[in-house]
Design a protein around this ligand. Structure first.
Ligand code: AMX
Length: 388
């Protein structure tokens, strides 16, 4: 894009608003619309939900869905890159167990970068994606103190199966867990170019820091309660509701609003209807765990909260967002500690952020990449007083 067409007129009122709504670039992997939510490479997310995560990695990097042979090849390729080139277990064993799992995730990714970088954007991005299942499995096991007898990685398995294999949970319903985590990963892999973690990752990479440094920074951005950690807060909220009785849920929602507390899992900055990613997860829950207590609570919330929130005309979207259902499903799958939930979000986003970093560093400007990010800040009066 090289024309002089005016896309947006920046006025003083746009300053100090966190770049909200100000166009800064283009995105080749995804966009979000108010009615259908996120689209990956042109496909509405609802059409992609049943694909395997490996196929969506292929889509984000190649901008087209794989055929059967390409699908087999990307699986093979990711498996061939999966071996962790150093002793990540020792790094994790040295971390404070009370540290938040997102901090562990960031340290883990940084550590992988210290163990090996190829200085090729795409190679590093794909290597990191391939190593995430093992990193996640080790993170869970070691932080929870289950450090002994960790099974060796089995690269004949899919990415999600490798994570579950590393957890080695006896009696767990692994088929359900696989379905829930696979769907979760596909739904969360990308969300346009300007969300904070993606933007942060691309900005760091623009200095030609490594994919690993950029991704660790992106994960730090994702860890905040206003960004990725909302999914942790959401399940904590559902546990606090504690009942699926519609009248009691309505009383709870009204009391939260009266106390100026948010109704987690509802509302969105862009969407103006229920997030299709929530719809997909509700449909999955209806199929695999309709009697789960938390699933019953969120099903009642889905009926009650939009009606109550609609009474406030300020609220642009009273409908369910992606975070309403993911926690209840992960909880059902045996992941009962919500402090880990954002790490799944981070795991998924490594694919989208990785693909966007590759585009910005190795595709745009005929392969030269974007220049280093440098938005303009305007000096305030007091900073100028000595030069006037
Ligand atoms: N509960 C209570 N108040 C809400 C609300 C909710 N679910 N959704 C919006 N509001 C309030 C806002 O706080 C804002 O109040 P203010 O004018 O006093 O600041 C007003 O309604 C207008 O907000 P908006 O334009 O409709 O939404 P927004 O873009 O400012 O915020 C969001 C979007 C998601 C932060 C907000 O809806 C919210 O806080 N939801 C609850 C928390 C939550 O579920 N977060 C996960 C978001 C996941 C995602 O998909 N991004």
């Amino acid at each position: 894009m090289t024309s002089d067409k005016v896309l947006f007129e920046v006025t003083e009122k746009h300053l100090n608003t966190g770049l909200r709504g100000i166009p800064v670039g283009t995105c080749r992997t995804s966009f979000v619309t108010p009615s259908e939510g996120v689209h990956y490479c042109g496909y509405p997310i609802a059409e992609l939900a049943a694909f395997e995560p490996e196929d969506i990695v292929y889509l984000l990097f190649n901008k087209e869905l794989p055929n059967a042979q390409q699908s087999a090849e990307i699986r093979q390729e990711l498996a061939s890159r999966a071996a962790i080139p150093g002793d990540l277990e020792s790094v994790f064993k040295s971390l404070p167990k009370f540290g938040h799992p997102m901090d562990w995730l960031s340290v883990g990714i940084h550590s992988l970068g210290m163990m090996e970088t190829t200085n090729n954007w795409k190679e590093d991005a794909l290597n990191l994606i391939a190593r995430m299942p093992r990193l996640m499995g080790l993170l869970f096991r070691i932080r929870e103190g289950r450090e002994e007898n960790i099974p060796a990685d089995d690269t004949s398995l899919s990415m999600v199966e490798r994570f579950i294999h590393c957890l080695d949970l006896h009696n767990a319903e692994t088929e359900k867990m696989k379905q829930i985590i696979s769907t979760y990963l596909v739904l969360h892999m990308d969300h346009g170019g300007g969300n904070l973690s993606t933007f942060t990752g691309k900005a760091i990479a623009s200095s030609k820091a490594t994919v690993y440094s950029a991704m660790a920074g992106a994960m730090n951005a994702l860890s905040g309660p206003l960004h990725g950690r909302a999914n942790q807060s959401c399940l904590e909220f559902v546990l606090k509701v504690g009942t699926s009785d519609p009248a009691e849920v309505e009383a709870f929602v009204r009391a939260e609003l009266a106390a100026s507390r948010p109704i987690f899992g509802f509302g969105h900055a862009v969407l103006r209807s229920e997030d299709p990613r929530a719809t997909v997860q509700f449909n999955l829950g209806d199929k695999i765990c309709p009697e789960d207590e938390n699933f019953k609570i969120i099903t009642t919330l889905r009926e009650v909260a939009p009606r109550v929130l609609s009474e406030n005309p300020k609220i642009s979207n009273p409908h369910a967002n992606v975070d309403i259902a993911s926690g209840a499903l992960l909880h059902h799958a045996g992941m009962t500690d919500p402090t880990y939930y954002t790490t799944f979000f981070g795991w998924a986003r490594v694919a989208g952020i990785g693909a966007q970093i590759v585009d910005e560093r190795a595709v745009y400007r005929d392969g030269k990449g974007l220049p280093i990010y440098r938005p303009k800040y305007i000096a305030e009066a007091q900073t100028l007083r000595h030069v006037e």
